[in-house]
Write a protein that binds this ligand. Structure first.
Ligand code: ATP
Length: 213
């Protein structure tokens, strides 16, 4: 079993890459998906958010008004930190619980932890290897605008609210260059990254067996 932290910046290509990893045989643990679940109505994080934000950040059906919250946290650093301090511990706990459960059935699996805030939250220390999906800033902004239909100003604001990809690079063991075509990115995954992950898993498995014997 190997725990692989996959991170990057907004619209750098984490989802694109993790989908390909899944096709290659990895098991994906997606922090954004888990984050949506832990803030669902009635869940512990939802209750904490209600106490913090008050009722005007919730829709008539009781669910969180994500768009309103996104506007707040992308312009207010203190609010963003507070949101992360509420949601992230629940996300981490859930992801570990899931991994532990899946591990029983798939003891030799490659788990891809798709976590945008892997480094910011210190989760990079809990995985065996860190992969960064990197693109130059201009491409990141263009893809973000195209995907989310944002203005240039909104896109820059979102990008500037994050730790930059350059700042993340020193934490990465492997970097996937996603600035070219999808075919080029998939080629890197299939020919370089995936075989390396399989080898690392094999090495880890062997050394664990040797420790036991
Ligand atoms: P976020 O963290 O914001 O959810 P992400 O890191 O998961 O983003 P993706 O959603 O995978 O990023 O990619 C961002 C956008 O860029 C998507 O519309 C995707 O289709 C597109 N994209 C990703 N990689 C490439 C590529 N190599 N060539 C062209 N478009 C790409």
């Amino acid at each position: 079993m190997l725990d692989v932290g996959l991170t990057g910046g907004i619209a750098s290509g984490k989802t694109t890459v993790s989908e390909r990893f899944q096709e290659l045989g990895a098991i994906i643990l997606n922090a954004d998906r888990v984050a949506k679940e832990v803030v669902a109505r009635g869940k512990p994080a939802w209750k904490q958010l209600q106490e913090w934000l008050g009722p005007h950040f919730f829709l008539p059906d009781g669910s969180l008004d994500r768009k309103k919250l996104a506007r707040l946290v992308f312009t207010d650093e203190k609010a963003r930190k507070k949101l992360n301090s509420i949601v992230h511990p629940h996300v981490t706990e859930q992801m570990f619980a899931r991994r532990d459960c899946l591990k029983k059935e798939h003891p030799r699996a490659i788990f891809i932890w798709d976590v945008p805030l892997l480094i910011e939250t210190g989760m990079h220390e809990a995985v065996d290897i860190v992969i960064l999906v990197a693109v130059p800033k201009e491409i990141q902004i263009k893809r973000l605008i195209d995907r989310d239909r944002l203005s240039l100003e909104e896109a820059c604001q979102r990008l500037n609210s994050q730790m930059s990809l350059e700042e993340k690079k020193p934490y990465a063991d492997l970097i996937i260059d996603n600035s070219g075509s999808l075919a080029r990115t998939y080629w890197q995954l299939e020919k370089i990254i995936w075989p390396r992950l399989l080898q690392l898993e094999e090495d880890k498995h062997k050394s664990q067996r040797e420790t036991i014997q």
